[in-house]
Design a protein around this ligand. Structure first.
Ligand SMILES: Cc1cc2nc3c(=O)[nH]c(=O)nc-3n(C[C@H](O)[C@H](O)[C@H](O)COP(=O)(O)OP(=O)(O)OC[C@H]3O[C@@H](n4cnc5c(N)ncnc54)[C@H](O)[C@@H]3O)c2cc1C
Length: 418
């Protein structure tokens, strides 16, 4: 890679989620002058605050797979299942669903798996570069993540295992006895499971995000708490960002607003089919001793992570857009599912709704804008945006600096939906 071609250039980053903050840190390392603009305090309510905290380098098998289409109707009808719809949003999301269905062929699934694997494989080393500069004692655990299921002959488990084997992902199948040895407090409802030994988990994603943000400020980064309203361009192609109170001109800019990025890309004439998969969490305070590592109960599509806040119960894929209110039923579903695994759980706290930024082919957009050479994108990391924070940050910083890379970045380009 070439070094420092643009040292001293200014870059504006829209969004202080894990993407925006990681991009900024890698840009500062290269000598750029970086300003982050976010309408909120970092980590206040964003997806980067409320996620399940998994660092999941193994998770290359996407949701767009041939068998999902068969499972969807029963998932929607199930009261304990992970999938739900806000019916008022279905007409708006129809074009997204059609694109999604087109991406559920075996060939498209393998394409997504290959290119998710390309970046997932680099995700933890990229974080390690950033973690060298902050104190993460007690905040990141390396005990792997367990998935378990009750239905012995769920075909989809085999499909995932085979693809991961093909990609060289480390996985260890578990018998019920082994699951019990690793996590003795879970009610013994499972018939099998798998441990991804290389996975890690965050005990408090918000604290990690804020430590990285403090590092950004310490290194001279500037933060503006303002809402970005428009992006336009000067006559010499520099991005002009207008917020609710100011206007800024940068040499280059990056859109990293997670699920909210579409508002920006629509303005620069790119029709990118970004939408959101809404997800929820609740906390059971004081119960984190019941688990050593995150677990995911696949039949019901939810997970529980032991965190500083207690047990964080996370799940649901709800198609309902950014504006619908939270669904009490989905929260109740999570609470009941958690109590099914741990009958001793009592009252829960902190009901949270978050927005996964998701494209119909389940690949993120990491790359330059189609129409403006000084504008870059990093969004659409769906269920894996926390895991992919540092590596996307590293890649985008390289692109902004006009560096060469050995990675094949074409599959993440925004133009793939044209
Ligand atoms: C329930 C749930 C569980 C998850 N679990 C995991 C997990 O275990 N592991 C994993 O890898 N991933 C997980 N994810 C996914 C991950 O959390 C997201 O992909 C990731 O956080 C997205 O990061 P981001 O920086 O792109 O967006 P965000 O974290 O959403 O940040 C975007 C920022 O942009 C700001 N913004 C938006 N619009 C504007 C505007 N107009 N002006 C100024 N600022 C603006 C917002 O305020 C926000 O701070 C989960 C997500 C959910 C919802």
């Amino acid at each position: 890679m070439k070094e420092d071609v643009n040292s001293k250039s200014s870059v504006g980053i829209i969004g202080a989620g894990i993407q925006g903050i990681c991009i900024s840190l890698f840009l500062i390392k290269k000598g750029f002058k970086v300003t982050i603009i976010d309408r909120d305090d970092p980590g206040k309510i964003s997806a980067s605050y409320g996620n399940a905290g998994h660092f999941s380098p193994y998770a290359s098998v996407p949701i767009n797979r041939p068998d999902i289409l068969v499972d969807v109707p029963s998932m929607i009808l199930s009261t304990t299942g992970p999938l739900s719809l806000k019916w008022n949003y279905v007409p708006k999301m129809l074009p997204w669903f059609i694109k999604f269905i087109r991406n559920c062929t075996k060939k498209k699934m393998m394409h997504t798996a290959k290119y998710m694997h390309q970046i997932l494989d680099l995700a933890l080393p990229a974080y390690d570069e950033l973690f060298q500069e902050i104190d993460i004692t007690g905040l990141v655990e390396s005990k792997g993540i367990i998935y378990f299921w009750t239905d012995k002959d769920l075909k989809s488990r085999e499909l995932e295992q085979n693809i991961r084997k093909e990609l060289g992902v480390k996985q260890q199948l578990l018998t019920p006895h082994e699951i019990h040895d690793l996590e003795p407090h879970i009610k013994k409802i499972y018939h099998g499971g798998v441990l991804y030994p290389n996975a890690r988990h965050a005990r408090n994603p918000k604290k990690i995000l804020l430590k990285l943000f403090d590092l950004f400020l310490k290194k001279g980064g500037i933060f503006k708490k303002e809402e970005v309203e428009t992006i336009s361009f000067t006559s010499n192609n520099k991005p002009k960002i207008i917020t609710n109170s100011e206007s800024y001109i940068f040499d280059r800019a990056v859109v990293a607003c997670g699920a909210f990025s579409k508002k920006m890309t629509d303005q620069v004439d790119e029709k990118i089919p970004l939408d959101t998969e809404r997800g929820y969490h609740v906390h059971f305070k004081g119960y984190d001793h019941l688990l050593s590592r995150p677990v995911i109960f696949l039949n019901r599509g939810f997970g529980i992570t032991p965190m500083e806040q207690g047990l964080r119960v996370v799940g649901t894929v709800e198609f309902g857009g950014l504006k619908n209110p939270p669904s009490k039923k989905r929260i109740l579903n999570l609470v009941n599912n958690a109590k099914y695994l741990f009958p001793e759980l009592k009252a829960h706290d902190d009901e949270w709704l978050g927005f996964r930024p998701t494209l119909p082919d389940f690949l993120p957009i990491i790359g330059p804008s189609k129409n403006y050479k000084n504008l870059f994108y990093s969004f659409g990391h769906h269920h894996l945006g926390w895991t992919l924070g540092a590596i996307s940050g590293k890649i985008v910083a390289g692109l902004v600096a006009d560096e060469n890379t050995n990675l094949d970045l074409a599959p993440y380009n925004s133009t793939r939906f044209i």
